[in-house]
Design a protein around this ligand. Sequence first.
Ligand SMILES: CC(=O)SCCNC(=O)CCNC(=O)[C@H](O)C(C)(C)COP(=O)(O)OP(=O)(O)OC[C@H]1O[C@@H](n2cnc3c(N)ncnc32)[C@H](O)[C@@H]1OP(=O)(O)O
Length: 256
Amino acid sequence: MSVSPPALTFLPVTMSDWKDPDNVPDPQINGESYRNPTEVKMSQIVLPCHANHCGELSVGQLLKWMDSTACLSAERHAGCSCITASVDDIHFEHTIGVGKVVNIIAKVNRAFTSSMEVGILVTCEDLYTDKQWKVCHAFATFVARRTEAGKVQLKQVIPHTQMEQMEYSLAAERRRMRLIHAEIITDLLSSSTAQLGECQEYEDAVPAERTRVESVELVLPPHANHQVSTFGGQIMAWMENVATIAAWCSPTDFLL
Ligand SMILES: CC(=O)SCCNC(=O)CCNC(=O)[C@H](O)C(C)(C)COP(=O)(O)OP(=O)(O)OC[C@H]1O[C@@H](n2cnc3c(N)ncnc32)[C@H](O)[C@@H]1OP(=O)(O)O
């Protein structure tokens, strides 16, 4: 027997203030239901091939789906090929088991010159109980690929709802923060006063070298996107894999 997912009524909500869609009224403009033209929705059922050794959706797989959904939204707005420049911090609130449905919504919050901020919201759905809950939200920056004529000038996003207006304003502030972030980290490193041997007072301290994991990946056709370059999400998935193994290399056995 096949089960159809219930009709979803996800419409623009602030990423930081997600509410169960059943309780969110559809935004109306001039009496008509409004849908953001850059919005892209993707639903995936979690199969065993998407799971990690704990039977939960692997974060790497989720990052790949988030990146693909966000890229489609960026390209829908830009009308040309776009690449992932960065993804801001992500805090995962729940794990997702095999058999659950992952719903991903992405939309462009604001376009700058050749870059744009894409908001991504991930929720999980249990088809049999009709329950949904938020898993995480993220903000990614996509850049329209340069053409022979040079840097692309994107058309502006016009916010239509109060929520969109708020995300539009916040997007400029978040952009300012992400552009100075790299500078702050560089400053921190150069002004760090940490001394060698500072951690030796801990009895069960592990040499940092013992947690070092290296992986070499061959880029194959399944790792490439429609632009025939490596998916940003694929790179994040490889990074997450290596980070997970590095975390295991601690004396407390499995951290999970
Ligand atoms: C390696 C991979 O395969 S990862 C997967 C896919 N991703 C990629 O391939 C991206 C690889 N990176 C790149 O091509 C480049 O570093 C780019 C295009 C992201 C930036 O190139 P730059 O030479 O810095 O270009 P430029 O200075 O013109 O910046 C382009 C825009 O990107 C923005 N940008 C650059 N780096 C970042 C960043 N880390 N976070 C957010 N925005 C950024 C800039 O602010 C600028 O925005 P604007 O045009 O709206 O003002």
